[in-house]
Design a protein around this ligand. Structure first.
Ligand code: AMP
Length: 214
């Protein structure tokens, strides 16, 4: 099963992607996580990506496409994968489709987690990320067991620079301009699944499972 997650930043697509990967035993590939790991390790890619990410802008297509195409060709993707944060532009979607077609493969579902902008801004201000492992939480919707301490690695939590209110608004504008057109792209292809992302995490997941199957 090859799945793409669509939705505004903060719509909860990452949370759903992790749950999907677990239930269907497929790989979870988050381009945001890949960039953040590269930034932490101070790689050349990380340094290039950081200037865009910190400003709430998209990293240029040429820095993302090959990275993802190489990644989905790895052995742990044979069973399928869920792409979280890619594609984010029409050229990225076209490049992915082309690369998959060469192997007689295609995306099965593009799941759009729909949340209105006003909910997003409220949600993002409560989001916290672990400085060590990058796991994300929410002070209200997905709190850690111990305040400000990561459940997984005991690292300290922080508000990511790109989750600060001024950057969130910019990321939403970028989303509407560059990523939202993908909804039409996958509708035309006939594999778009729309889910109401304002519901509880488990209810959103339940709707997704209804479509993907038990
Ligand atoms: P995310 O964690 O998915 O919200 O990604 C964080 C940031 O990484 C985004 O705001 C972008 O700057 C960058 N990024 C992640 N995935 C992509 C992509 N497919 N294309 C361009 N930029 C990306």
């Amino acid at each position: 099963m090859r799945i793409i997650m669509l939705g505004a930043p903060g719509a909860g697509k990452g949370t759903q992607a992790i749950k999907i990967a677990e239930k269907y035993a497929i790989s979870h590939i988050s381009t945001g996580d890949i960039f953040r790991a590269n930034i932490k390790n101070e790689t050349e890619l990380g340094q290039k990506a950081k200037t865009y990410i910190d400003q709430g802008l998209l990293v240029p297509d040429e820095l993302v496409v090959d990275l993802v195409v190489d990644r989905v060709n790895k052995a742990d993707c044979e069973n399928g994968y869920v792409l979280d944060g890619f594609p984010r532009t029409i050229p990225q979607a076209e490049a992915l489709d082309e690369a998959l077609a060469k192997r007689d493969e295609a995306i099965d579902y593009a799941i759009n987690v729909e949340v209105p902008d006003e909910n997003i801004v409220r949600r993002m201000s409560g989001r916290r990320a672990c400085v060590e492992c990058g796991a994300t939480y929410h002070v209200v919707y997905a709190p850690t067991k111990k305040e400000n301490v990561c459940d997984t690695c005991q690292g300290t939590l922080m508000l990511r620079d790109d989750d600060k209110p001024e950057t969130v608004q910019k990321r939403l504008n970028v989303y509407h301009e560059q990523t939202q057109p993908l909804i039409n792209y996958y509708t035309t292809k006939g594999n778009l699944v729309e889910v109401d992302g304002t519901m509880d995490i488990e209810d959103v997941f339940g709707k997704i499972v209804e479509v993907l199957g038990e």
